[in-house]
Every structure is written in C-alpha cells, then in structure tokens.
Design a protein around this ligand. Structure first.
Ligand code: 6PG
Length: 258
C-alpha cells in the first residue's frame, strides 16, 4: 500500500444535470482511452439508484469501445436479474439495451445462487479474481473507474452507516442481509476494493442531495460511509454534482477540464 496520503477529492459542480451528463460522458471516455491504451481493456463498476440514468451521454457516442469494457456492479440486490429491484436490470434498461456491448462483458451475480447469499457473494468475488488477479493479502483489484451514488443517510454502494461491513479489510465482495434501504439482501464491493481504484466518481444531482453532500464533504470526520471513500495514491476521487446538490457545500469546487 502507498504511504502517500490520499489526494483530496476534486469537486466539479455543473450548472445543470444536462451539462453534468455530457461532461461525465467525456470523463468516462477519457478514462476508457487511458485504460485501453495501457492494457487493452477497461474495467468499470456501476451502482444503481439514479446513476445509470446519468450515463445517457454514452449512448450513441462513437468514442466508446464497448467491446473493451468489463462491467461489474459496485453493489447488487440479491434478486433475479430481471427483477425490478435489480441494479443489472436497471442498468440494462437505462444503458446496456441501448448500446452495442457484448453480454459476456457485463459481469452479473450468478442468478442460480440466489438462495445462498454467502455462496453468491463468494462467487462474485471469484468473478473479480478471474478478471483482476489471484487474491492474496497484499493485493486488491484496481478498477479503472468506479461510479457511485450517495443516499440521504450517507450510504454508498451497499455500505450503510454504522454497519459492520464498514470495517471489512479482507474480502473483495461482501453481503448484507439487513440493508436499511430495501431490498434487504445485497452484495457490495468493500472499501479495500473501492479505495484501490484508479478513479472513483460520485454523482449527485438535485436539491435533495444538498444536505448530505455538505455532511459528507464538509465534515468527513463524521465518518459517514461516503466520506470513507478515499482512494489510495495515485487513485483519485471526483464528485460530479449539479448546482442544486452543491448549494450547501463549503469546500470549493473546481472547473471541469478534460
Ligand atoms: O443499489 C443501490 O441502492 C445503489 O447502488 C445505491 O448505493 C445508490 O447509489 C444510492 O442509494 C443513491 O441512490 P440515488 O442515486 O437513487 O439517490
């Protein structure tokens, strides 16, 4: 692990959700290009909630090399893949059904394991191990990009305030059966995985996010789940927010330049 302290988050505040969406698409395309130039593939993890909709700027974008993407879920609800609660179902409806991505490049939970959450979670971890590396104590996967949302309680992925999973240091994927946000059964990437990514981006839009954004970013010492996302050097954390979500922030934002 790096001994360099994590870089402070870079906050980009946009005049409207539309400008955010097109800037986010440019950002993702740039991250994709850097990754493909270096190693011929692009590894990305997506969340549910409002996030998939914010990726609409990628639809019809010819710079996106969909066949080089390897997509994982930052968190997933333990339900069938075509269930209305499924993040995969949501991402498919909002994005994957509209772009030429090979199905094999979308790494879903194994729908045959829904009745055994521990096995399902371990199998998803194996899926990551197949993609990234052998798992050993010193090694965590390095995603090129992880896209996250933040809930009104400060949760992100399926890492909820006060939950024992906040302390998980070994597993790459963990499960919870008592999520305060329904549905209760979920799997999630753990902090060691999120915090070893090259880039992590939080996306938050609308006045409903203003209060929690200020708590997460202006008072990180409170240790809310979203405040614990601090990628190790040289990883970098970004926030893509609109003016309404940024309304109560005291920390400064920076202009978006590619
Ligand atoms: O599976 C989930 O529930 C999501 O991945 C979750 O972590 C989401 O990103 C936040 O709850 C924010 O949700 P909104 O974007 O809908 O506010």
């Amino acid at each position: 692990m790096s001994h360099h302290p994590p870089n402070p988050p870079v906050i980009h505040s946009f005049a409207s959700p539309e400008v955010l969406t097109s800037s986010l698409a440019s950002f993702v395309v740039k991250a994709q290009k850097e990754a493909i130039d270096k190693k011929g593939r692009f590894t990305i993890a997506l969340s549910g909630g409002s996030l998939p909709k914010q990726l609409s700027g990628l639809i019809g974008n010819h710079a996106v090399k969909w066949d080089m993407w390897q997509v994982f879920y930052a968190d997933e609800r333990v339900v069938p893949l075509d269930h209305p609660d499924s993040n995969h179902n949501l991402c498919t409806a909002e994005l994957f059904s509209k772009v030429p991505i090979p199905t094999a490049n979308i790494r879903t939970i194994d729908p045959t394991l829904l009745s055994d959450i521990e096995e399902l979670s371990d199998a998803y971890e194996q899926e990551l191990i197949r993609e990234f590396a052998q798992k050993d104590a010193a090694r965590f996967p390095v995603f090129d990009l992880i896209l996250l949302g933040v809930g009104p309680d400060g949760h992100t992925a399926s890492l909820f305030p006060g939950h024992e999973l906040l302390a998980e240091e070994d597993r790459w994927v963990a499960y919870i059966e008592d999520s305060p946000k329904p549905p209760p059964k979920r799997i999630t990437l753990t902090y060691p995985v999120i915090n070893h990514a090259s880039r992590v981006v939080f996306v938050a839009v609308g006045e409903g996010k203003a209060e929690i954004l200020s708590e997460v970013l202006d008072s990180p010492e409170k240790g809310l789940p979203a405040s614990r996302v601090k990628p190790v050097h040289p990883g970098q954390l970004f926030w893509f927010v609109d003016e309404k979500a940024a309304a109560k922030l005291r920390v400064p934002s920076q202009d978006f330049k590619l």
